[in-house]
Design a protein around this ligand. Structure first.
Ligand code: SF4
Length: 364
């Protein structure tokens, strides 16, 4: 099986891990699962959601080796990255760096700088979000201070070779409060490390905000609509439905004007109940305005409203990835051109593998 097809199967069906690898539970980003290294590719795979029990894939530790098996037949050797060294460091106030930011994928320093959300536990909350769970489990702290992030990032550069930064945050009542905090965090990290920084935010009407973020040191932005299916938008991400597609469009256009094509992205989640047509039309639209559609399968987090959902079947995901990879090529976009963030990391999606495969076969 080709690597890109195998990775889709692993990411959409999940992998049973030896009991000694608990993975993450709760938080933002890939909040349930484990990063594995398979043929030089870092891939974030589900490991503990209930549907993983049905997966034909498992990883067994055999002596020094980690073997990926499908229905008990060996597929290939894999490895599981060890605990990053910087996790053992701490801030000047004694907060462990592990509670400040996590290593995502291969080399991405990732933090939820404000680990709560004005929509949490209201009927406006995004149904897939687990932002408060790692706080409740004492795995993190509510608000990360700029100097602590900068200290952790500088340490992680030295000990773990981090190359870029992803920052995200929940909403505050006053939208500028979290944006202002984000800019202080970005500026502090930039000053101490020079690393390229990605910031995820909601559309905003505040004049000049994208120029402000750029001046603070942000290199790329994520403005995530999640789905273009209006019914799904209203039922799964009601706060985003209330913001409305028009404001997303205005914000994407403005952000691309300031940050440039390929440096703005939007998550498009497959498997929320959307029509495939809406996803593909949305991806084509995003590509046409220079926004990278970061397509990925839904990753239901145990304990959230969507915990019973399952990622889409691999065949459906393969079809979507092939079509979106074609769109990216036609519009001159690629994960390779992204300076920082989820698109550069690409651990939660297989789209980059389909980009690479299409490139290779075009050259042959
Ligand atoms: S793509 Fe990478 S940076 Fe983004 S959420 Fe997934 S692991 Fe984190």
């Amino acid at each position: 099986m080709h690597l890109h097809h195998l990775c889709v199967e692993l990411q959409n069906l999940g992998v049973k891990m030896p009991a000694t690898y608990p993975g993450r539970q709760g938080g933002a980003g890939p909040a349930e699962g484990q990063v594995i290294l398979i043929r030089d590719r870092y891939l974030n795979v589900p490991t503990s959601s209930p549907y993983v029990k049905k997966s034909p894939y498992r990883i067994d530790a055999e002596g020094e080796k980690m073997l990926l098996k499908r229905d008990e037949v060996n597929v290939c050797e894999v490895s599981v990255p060890g605990r990053p060294s910087y996790y053992s460091g701490c801030t000047k106030n004694g907060i462990p760096f592990e509670k400040i930011a996590l290593l995502h994928g291969c080399d991405c320093f990732a933090s939820t700088i404000y680990q709560n959300c004005a929509y949490r536990q209201t009927d406006q909350q995004c149904k897939f979000c687990g932002i408060g769970m790692s706080l409740e489990n004492s795995k993190t702290i509510l608000k990360k201070e700029p100097e602590d992030l900068a200290a952790a990032a500088a340490h992680a550069c030295r000990t773990d070779g981090v190359k870029h930064v992803t920052l995200t945050a929940g909403r505050t009542e006053d939208e500028y409060e979290v944006l202002s905090h984000a800019m202080q965090c970005i500026a502090a990290i930039k000053k101490d490390t020079g690393l390229p920084v990605h910031m995820q935010l909601c559309p905003t009407d505040r004049p000049g905000i994208y120029e402000e973020l750029r001046r603070a040191g942000a290199d790329t932005l994520g403005i995530h609509i999640e789905t273009f299916d209006e019914q799904v938008l209203a039922s799964v991400v009601p706060a985003k439905a209330a913001i409305g597609l028009d404001r997303y469009r205005e914000n994407w256009l403005k952000a691309v004007e300031v940050f440039g094509p390929n440096q703005v992205s939007s998550f498009l989640i497959a498997g929320l109940g959307e029509t495939q047509e809406s996803l593909l039309e949305g991806a084509e639209y995003l590509c046409s305005i220079g926004v990278y559609p970061y397509v990925l399968p839904v990753r239901p987090i145990p304990g959230t409203a969507l915990e019973a959902l399952e990622p889409p079947p691999p065949e459906m995901m393969i079809d979507i990835y092939e079509q979106v990879a074609g769109m990216l090529a036609r519009h001159g976009l690629s994960y390779r051109k992204s300076k920082a963030g989820c698109v550069r990391c690409s651990s939660c999606s297989c789209l980059n593998l389909f980009e690479d495969y299409a490139n290779r076969t075009a050259k042959e």
